[in-house]
Design a protein around this ligand. Structure first.
Ligand code: HEM
Length: 384
């Protein structure tokens, strides 16, 4: 019976071809192989976001009069609503964090080299999109902090020359942050961004399948000596172990540190103190805070760092096309040093923004844990 059902499905879907393809997929083994799990971990958090987001949509109401109350209802009345909301918020942050880790690791492993330029570019686009998820989702509970942070965040867009005013009105759906902005952000958060992200993410994952995993230039000799690991079942089961562990961590974080709701937004209250965006925007926010008021050739001083951040985003996206040396001989010390400088800037500004060394400790502990994990899973250097 089962065999007949399988053959029926196989005739229609070509399952055998898929299984055949999967059985040939392998993952290179070398001392940095542990970094191959970071993309999968980011994917796990993305899937958690989709599942918990759909559940939250069942009760959330996107209007200035009801948004805060509906979130309060989710947290106090809906069975396990508090848990789902907390998991959604924690997982959002962990997804951005792991996307950053994944990007840093593929950057330093030079995985953007030909023929993986498009894998990198699609990855950067997904990163920007998930930052868009964070920005739009922050406003949805309609609390004081979110309201004023969105006001300041969208104000910043106004300093961009020529298109600033238009961008602010486009983001806010009017001149001020209002219920209209909330509906607009909701539309972005639950319809447009998920649709666009899903498509680009599928392209990213398809490119990874087509091109296979790259080997960092420094590990080519080692990887040549060692037998690659079969993706099914060995790598996939290790991925799954990581996902189950991550689910446990998420559940523990959500239960022990439930996400707060704060006070309902009051549009006429004086500006909230300690306005701060999500942690992954703090380095830009802090840089802008240091810029004095004034103009040069009709350009506000504030516009200069904004334009520089825009240019940096473009350079990040085009790294595979700009780093010519790595294509020739696998060496790109200049770009690696540039990457370290950029990381130090981001971490330094984030610490300054929070007036705390916590961001530095988090990065330090993550690097330490990943190094320990790489060390203990390095295996024996077996010959092919
Ligand atoms: C939601 C976000 C993302 C997801 C779910 C995701 C997922 C994945 C997965 C599953 C892999 C294969 C395993 C691995 O190498 O870790 C991968 C590979 C890759 N990703 Fe991503 N990724 C994301 C974002 C990014 C970003 C932001 C970048 C860089 C800017 C990036 C660049 C790459 C590259 C270059 C590879 C190929 C690695 C190699 O061949 O060694 N990805 N991604």
């Amino acid at each position: 019976m089962l065999a007949r059902a399988r053959s029926w499905l196989d005739d229609r879907l070509g399952l055998k071809t898929l299984v055949e393809l999967g059985s040939h997929k392998t993952v290179p083994v070398h001392r940095f192989s542990v970094f191959y799990y970071l993309g999968g971990m980011t994917l796990f958090f993305f899937l958690v976001q989709v599942c918990t987001g759909v559940l939250l949509m069942l009760y959330y109401r996107p209007s200035a009069n009801e948004a805060f109350e509906s979130v309060e209802f989710i947290m106090t009345v809906v069975p396990f609503g508090w848990l789902i909301r907390s998991i959604h918020s924690w997982s959002a942050n962990l997804m951005v964090f792991f996307a950053f880790l994944h990007m840093a690791s593929v950057f330093f492993m030079k995985a953007y080299r030909a023929p993986r330029e498009l894998t990198w570019i699609s990855g950067v686009v997904v990163l920007f999109l998930i930052m868009g998820f964070g920005f739009s989702g922050y406003l949805l509970p309609w609390n004081q902090l979110a309201f004023f942070a969105t006001k300041v965040g969208t104000d910043i867009a106004g300093a961009v020359p020529f298109i600033g005013d238009w961008t602010v009105r486009f983001l806010r759906g009017g001149d001020r942050v209002s219920g209209g902005t909330l509906s607009r952000f909701y539309g972005w958060h639950v319809a447009l961004l998920p649709a666009i992200t899903t498509v680009i993410l599928l392209v990213h994952l398809a490119l990874v399948q087509v091109k296979g995993m790259s080997v960092p230039p420094a590990c080519e000799e080692e990887s040549g000596r060692r037998k690659p690991m079969k993706f099914f079942p060995h790598f996939a089961l290790r991925d799954l172990t990581g996902w189950i562990f991550a689910l446990g961590v998420l559940a523990a974080l959500a239960a022990l540190f439930p996400w707060e709701l704060g006070e309902k937004a009051d549009l006429f209250a004086p500006a909230y103190e300690n306005i701060r965006p999500e942690w992954y925007f703090v380095f830009m926010f802090q840089t802008l805070k240091l810029v004095p008021g004034g103009e040069i050739f009709g350009l506000e001083y504030e516009a200069i760092p904004i334009l520089l951040f825009g240019a940096a985003g473009l350079v990040l996206m085009l790294v595979p096309l700009l780093d010519r040396r790595v294509a020739r001989d696998g060496k790109s010390t200049g770009w690696s040093l540039g990457g370290v400088a950029a990381l130090l800037f981001v971490i330094g500004m984030t610490c300054w923004g929070y007036a705390s060394l916590l961001p530095l400790y988090v990065v330090f502990i993550s690097v330490l844990l990943l190094s320990l994990f790489a060390f203990f899973t390095r295996g024996k250097s077996e010959d092919r």
